[in-house]
Design a protein around this ligand. Structure first.
Ligand SMILES: [Zn+2]
Length: 136
């Protein structure tokens, strides 16, 4: 078992050194090409998680950024982490009180939203598009 493990590590190390060199060159190439803009939105904001809500009263949609380092509390409950947030839309200004439980991979386990509901990003974007179309 030991011998096998050492062999595996040596092989892995040799391979990863080659890989790193390639990756480095690619990174330089990318630097000089100015970036394609295809990077995911979260690339510049590794700690941000976005939650989307719909106001129960007027139907407006709101999105709120939570910071993984500051806004999530590790507690015993329905999930591993909990986010408590007061959210306000910019239409009727009714307060939406959200309590959202997440697992360790930041997936929503359960949510309780007073005065509104938690919606997906797709629903939020669809509602935004609809609102813009109505405003035109
Ligand atoms: Zn509202």
């Amino acid at each position: 078992m030991w011998g096998d493990g050492i062999m595996d590590r040596r092989i892995t190390k040799t391979r990863s050194q080659g890989g790193e060199a390639m990756g480095f060159l690619d990174a330089i190439k990318r630097l000089f090409s100015g970036g394609s803009g295809s990077a995911p939105a979260s690339a510049g904001d590794p700690y941000g998680i976005w939650f989307h809500f719909r106001c129960k009263k007027c139907g407006a949609v709101v999105r709120v950024r939570a910071d993984r380092r500051n806004d999530l509390n590790r507690e015993d409950g329905s999930g591993a982490l909990v986010l408590r947030k007061d959210v306000m839309d910019n239409k009727c200004f009714q307060l939406i009180r959200a309590e959202i439980w997440l697992d360790d991979n930041y997936n929503v386990v359960t949510s309780e939203v007073e005065g509104g509901s938690l919606i997906t990003r797709e629903e939020y974007e669809a509602a935004q598009t609809a609102q813009e179309a109505a405003a035109r």
